[in-house]
Design a protein around this ligand. Structure first.
Ligand code: GLU
Length: 309
């Protein structure tokens, strides 16, 4: 344990000193207000020990990391029928790209690019009012983290709602192919709000534990998903979790992971740990720059890459 403690502290100290921090996302105006020097990390090992450093208790906008949890919920409701509306191949394009959608007749490549996540949100929304669907997503996050205090940052949601023209284009385009069942404004409203859920590194690492332990959340003893489904969600995180930087993340870190433009990354070391890092500066692909650097250092020093060493 002392070892992990020391390593996490070392990494946080090093990240504090680095000056190459990437660019904070500004296309959602509210996100541009975040302190670019923030850095947090939380690791929860198989025994439930929480090892954290830096700003690990500061809530940040989880943005696209929410897509892991909406995928989990949607698969629970629709099962394999979900794959009629969304693929599971890496996209090789930007998170908000529209070009592929035309070639593929409105079926997004995977659930983690924006178009795919909007299709997944639409599936959760079916048969419900937007408020109920959003409540269900939020309660799911609270249940997984075992923390009822998690909330949605309404200012971030409103900011994206005002400026989310690209996402509106993606949604309308999918609607024209009949991929979305609900009114576009309802689906987008739920999507923007679940992206605006605010969580700390500690809460996020707790929420990811079921993925590190074959579907079981060891903290609460609840089987969140069947082991096979946990395995598959991890596979999609590995191949698609970092947009067009997914190959680079697998190469350098070697873990299933999901990033968000708020600067967070959730990474899963199967059987070993659930890890959340946060540093708001992004690289060119829209992934947290120092978040990735920190995870690379952690997996190297702990020998946690799923590919060995
Ligand atoms: N809400 C963001 C968007 O749709 C999520 C993108 C991200 O985190 O990568 O643009």
């Amino acid at each position: 344990m002392a070892n992990l403690d020391e390593i996490v502290q070392d990494i946080a100290d090093e990240m504090r000193r680095r000056t190459d921090r990437g660019e904070v996302a500004s296309y959602i105006p509210e996100l541009a207000r975040v302190d670019p020097n923030a850095f947090g990390i939380a690791v929860i090992d198989a025994d439930g020990n929480v090892v954290a450093a830096g700003d690990s208790d500061t809530p940040f906008s989880i943005q696209s990391i929410s897509k892991v949890f909406t995928l989990t919920l949607a698969l629970g409701k629709a099962g394999d029928r979900l794959w009629r509306k969304v693929g599971r191949e890496p996209s090789g394009s930007a998170f908000n790209s529209i070009v592929q959608l035309e070639h593929e007749r409105g079926i997004p490549r995977n659930p983690f690019i924006n178009a795919g996540a909007i299709a997944v949100t639409d599936s959760i929304l079916s048969g419900h009012q937007p408020r109920e669907a959003l409540g269900e997503i939020l309660r799911f996050m609270q249940f997984l983290s075992d923390d009822p205090t998690i909330t949605i940052d309404r200012a971030v949601a409103a900011s994206e709602q005002r400026t989310g023209f690209r996402n509106a284009a993606l949604a309308n385009y999918m609607k024209s192919f009949g991929v979305l069942d609900n009114p576009v404004e309802y689906t987008l409203g739920v999507y923007f709000h679940h992206c605006a859920i605010a969580m700390t590194c500690k809460q996020l690492a707790a929420a990811g534990r079921f993925l590190a332990h074959s579907g079981l959340n060891p903290a609460t003893g609840s089987l969140v998903v069947h082991p096979e489904r946990a395995k598959r969600i991890n596979a999609i995180m590995l191949t698609c979790g970092h947009y067009d930087g997914s190959g680079e993340f697998a190469y350098r870190v070697g873990l299933p992971g999901k990033s968000g433009v708020g600067g967070g990354i959730l990474a899963i070391a199967p059987g070993k740990a659930s890890i959340a890092v946060w540093s708001p500066g992004l690289d060119a692909a829209g992934n947290s720059h120092l978040g990735r650097v920190a995870l690379e250092a952690l997996t190297k020093r702990m020998g946690w890459s799923i590919f060995g060493v």
